[in-house]
Design a protein around this ligand. Structure first.
Ligand code: NAD
Length: 248
């Protein structure tokens, strides 16, 4: 997929889909900047240790993607450590369920901050150097809930729809600078984010998926690899659905 020696910064990559992306990119020879929040440092350090044990050139950068000063310092530190940033995956995300008519502004703000403002802050932090070097790949982790209206996902789904908008504007504003920006829209994926739901709810969700199962994180990582590589050079502003055939 031609990402050997590319420098990839993957937000929220201490666990889950982000970790699978880090492992997959590393397997193709990329240099890996892991990011996570300080409260998830233990898992992020374990991910870093696994990568290094496999001989990967990797480093951990703790930063909260909602904090502009932390993100700017992180991107500077990644550049100091690896010399450049070629790939940004805006993967960090949180979920809060809730019906809009009983909505909580605190939940709304929390979800928007991580899922939409975070990618904006990270994107604007990497764009100047990507534009200067004439190369960049930005992959945003949207969701099925950003594509169709799913009951009870008001905060999360709205943030993920917004991320599709950010993807398209980032794509169009930077298309002349060798930068592409695309989004992935996963259905349900086997990670901590889903595993917190009760068994009966998970069974009902699985029954609603034509392929009859959740995705594995690696299946998202392979799609992220495509969008982060030169194999997708003529694709920008696109949203790739990865959902086992839901709502097709
Ligand atoms: P996860 O909860 O396992 O991992 C999320 C990671 O983001 C964690 O490591 C967490 O510590 C980190 N994070 C949270 N807030 C952060 C912040 N402010 N700054 C930096 N890091 C932060 O979830 P996951 O399933 O691996 O989800 C990864 C992405 O995929 C998210 O954007 C999520 O919305 C999206 N997604 C997940 C599913 C699913 O079914 N699991 C479906 C569609 C989209």
């Amino acid at each position: 997929m031609k990402i050997e020696n590319r420098v990839a910064l993957i937000t929220g990559s201490g666990q889950g889909i982000g970790k699978a992306i880090a492992q997959t990119f590393a397997g193709e020879g990329a240099k890996i900047a892991i990011n996570d929040v300080p409260f998830n440092e233990a898992k992020a350090l374990a991910t870093l240790a696994e990568l290094r044990a496999a001989g990967v050139d990797a480093e951990l950068f703790l930063a909260d993607v909602t904090k502009e000063d932390e993100v700017d310092a992180m991107v500077e530190a990644v550049r100091a450590r690896f010399g450049r940033v070629d790939i940004l995956v805006n993967n960090a995300g949180i979920n809060r369920d809730g019906l809009l008519h009983k909505g909580s502004l605190a939940n709304w703000d929390a979800v928007m901050a991580v899922n939409l403002t975070g990618p904006f802050i990270c994107t604007k932090a990497v764009l100047p150097s990507m534009r200067a070097q004439g190369y960049g790949r930005i992959v945003n982790m949207s969701s099925l809930t950003g594509r169709v209206g799913i009951f009870g996902t008001g905060y999360y789904g709205t943030s993920k729809t917004g991320l599709v908008g950010l993807t398209k504007i980032t794509a169009v504003e930077n298309v002349s600078k060798g930068i592409t920006c695309n989004a992935l829209a996963p259905g349900y994926v086997n990670t901590d984010m889903m595993n917190k739901y009760p068994e009966d709810q998970l069974t009902a969700l699985i029954a609603s998926i034509p392929m009859g199962r959740f995705a594995e994180p690696k299946e998202l990582a392979d799609a992220a690899l495509f969008l982060a590589s030169d194999a997708s050079a003529y694709i920008t502003g696109a949203v790739l659905d990865i959902n086992g055939g839901s709502f097709i």
